[in-house]
Design a protein around this ligand. Structure first.
Ligand code: SF4
Ligand code: SF4
Ligand code: SF4
Length: 278
């Protein structure tokens, strides 16, 4: 039975795909985006136990060399996240597929499906496959929210149980993408083409960051790509907000409404017919 490293589960979300959905966030990411709003989801815990001593409520302990988190004692003060030298979190639980299925079963009458996000959920594709197989038995739709860095075409088993994906295209320029995320974007663009062409691409997202990225050039190129593949794929333009980001890494102003509207207009002029601003 597969296990997933689960950072958190939100039972009802209306922003992680169509309809009301359970959103499952997995721990661990292979990007290191300057604007990451949840940097504690990037690295896996190294069991250094620094946070165990710092927790004021006794919610953390050590068992067999591994940090254990007690949700019932946790007051969500996030002191453990602030003191972790590795930007990780001790509030991560290795869950069997069946444990997640049990949680989803309780709410299955109120949701249309599940979305698995991260971190980067594709790093745990065995867990994704086993979870999605169970979700299909429950007639729930299965969505993936991904940074697009891991090839989908190599994973037919996952494709067969996944309804659709949402992919971030953070920059169309290779060098800029590397500076922003630490990784190349060639697989991201291949995934966009592949999933778009088989009808499994629900949404592409680009975060607009005025002082750091070449936003007009990015949106121009990405919207042309979407229009070429399928103009109905949703293109979501996201306003950069400095909330939760590592400020020392990401000093930028928030884009104005006028700028966002101009970029949406550019995307529509390039042929996209489903553009949203958030
Ligand atoms: S958030 Fe972290 S430090 Fe705070 S109570 Fe929970 S485990 Fe302890
Ligand atoms: S979460 Fe961070 S501080 Fe806590 S044990 Fe893991 S690596 Fe150490
Ligand atoms: S891909 Fe997402 S989770 Fe990973 S570092 Fe970037 S913003 Fe954070």
């Amino acid at each position: 039975m597969a296990k997933g490293l689960v950072n958190r589960i939100i039972p009802f979300s209306s922003v992680d795909g169509p309809g009301n959905r359970a959103a499952i966030f997995l721990q661990g990411c292979n990007f290191n985006c300057l604007y990451c709003h949840n940097p504690e989801t990037i690295n896996l815990c190294r069991n250094c136990f620094i946070c165990v001593k710092e927790c004021p409520y006794g919610a953390l302990s050590v068992e067999e060399g591994i940090v254990l988190w007690n949700n019932n004692l946790c007051k969500k003060c996030d002191i453990c996240l602030k003191c972790c030298p590795y930007h990780s979190s001790p509030k991560v639980v290795a869950m069997e597929t069946e444990e997640v299925v049990t949680i989803v079963k309780r709410i299955s009458g109120f949701i249309s499906g599940v979305t698995v996000s991260g971190g980067e959920c594709m790093l745990q594709s065995e867990f994704l496959i086993s979870l999605f197989e169970k979700m299909k038995d429950m007639n729930l739709t299965t969505f993936i929210d991904t940074n697009g860095s891991i090839p989908f075409q190599d994973n037919q088993k996952l494709i067969s149980v996944m309804d659709m994906a949402m992919i971030d295209v953070k920059s169309f320029d290779s060098e800029e993408h590397k500076k922003l995320t630490g990784m190349d974007h060639s697989i991201v663009l291949k995934n966009v083409e592949f999933l778009g062409n088989i009808g499994k691409l629900y949404e592409i997202r680009t975060v607009i960051v005025p002082d750091i990225l070449d936003n007009y050039s990015n949106v121009d190129s990405i919207s042309r790509l979407i229009a070429k593949i399928n103009p109905s794929i949703r293109y979501k333009l996201i306003k950069y907000r400095p909330l939760g980001v590592r400020k020392e890494l990401m000093e930028s102003c928030i884009p104005s409404d006028a700028m966002m509207n101009e970029l949406a207009g550019l995307s529509k002029a390039n042929g996209c017919n489903n553009v949203v601003i958030t």
